[in-house]
Design a protein around this ligand. Structure first.
Ligand code: ADP
Ligand code: MG
Length: 188
């Protein structure tokens, strides 16, 4: 303890609790099970939260990294919403080595799940040990004007309208590739 309990396939911190005792753990599992049939229980990490945006298909590119500074105890549903609860720091204050590691892990995570177009990869930088952990990959990251994903690209020199153009190109490119695949099977 503490540990974090999450529905396996949700987002925006819905159904997530931090449990500090066995009693809280049981309650947290029940709550998470009301959102998903599968639940994740993780060791709580005392960490900075750093995120990076990925854009591309077969040759994905990484944006600058950003940091979330939650004003609440963790980045919960309220903190996730536009009116705040969290401050975004872009670019994140990282050493060149941290920056390289985050970028490398993010691209590898994207390729490991064969993602396409866009994803945001979220990290924990553990205080004290410096350990860098992938928390999650979001294949449909928040995309409002307050959201980290477009802000990270803006800070990397790709304005919102150009980002949209690029996403449309990538989608058309992937669609054309998929259209080359056979969709029926004829026994010879
Ligand atoms: N193992 C963990 N240790 C510490 N904090 C965590 C852990 N897991 C989640 N959190 C906190 O809860 C927030 C939401 O969890 P996350 O796994 O990102 O779920 P979601 O998919 O809903 O965004 C994180 O941004 C972080 O603040
Ligand atoms: Mg998250």
């Amino acid at each position: 303890y503490p540990c974090f309990v999450k529905p396996a396939n949700l987002g925006s911190s819905v159904g997530i609790s931090k449990a500090r005792s066995q009693r809280e753990l049981v309650e947290a599992i029940h709550l998470a099970l009301s959102y998903d049939r599968r639940v994740i229980v993780e060791e709580g990490i005392d960490a900075r939260e750093v995120e990076i945006a990925i854009l591309g298909n077969d040759r994905p590119m990484a944006s600058v990294a950003g940091e979330i500074i939650p004003k609440r105890e963790f980045y919960d549903y309220e903190a996730n919403s536009p009116d705040g609860g969290a401050e975004l720091r872009i670019p994140a204050d990282l050493t060149p080595e941290e920056r390289r590691t985050v970028e490398d892990y993010a691209i590898r995570a994207f390729q490991a799940i064969d993602a396409a177009g866009l994803a945001r990869v979220d990290f924990f930088l553990e205080r004290g040990t410096g350990r860098i952990l992938v928390n999650e990959i979001n294949t449909m990251p928040g995309f409002t004007r307050f959201s980290m994903y477009p802000k990270l690209w803006e800070a990397s020199g790709l304005a919102y309208d150009k980002l949209l153009d690029r996403l449309i190109e990538l989608a058309l490119e992937r669609h054309a590739e998929r259209n080359q695949l056979l969709r029926s099977y004829d026994k010879a």
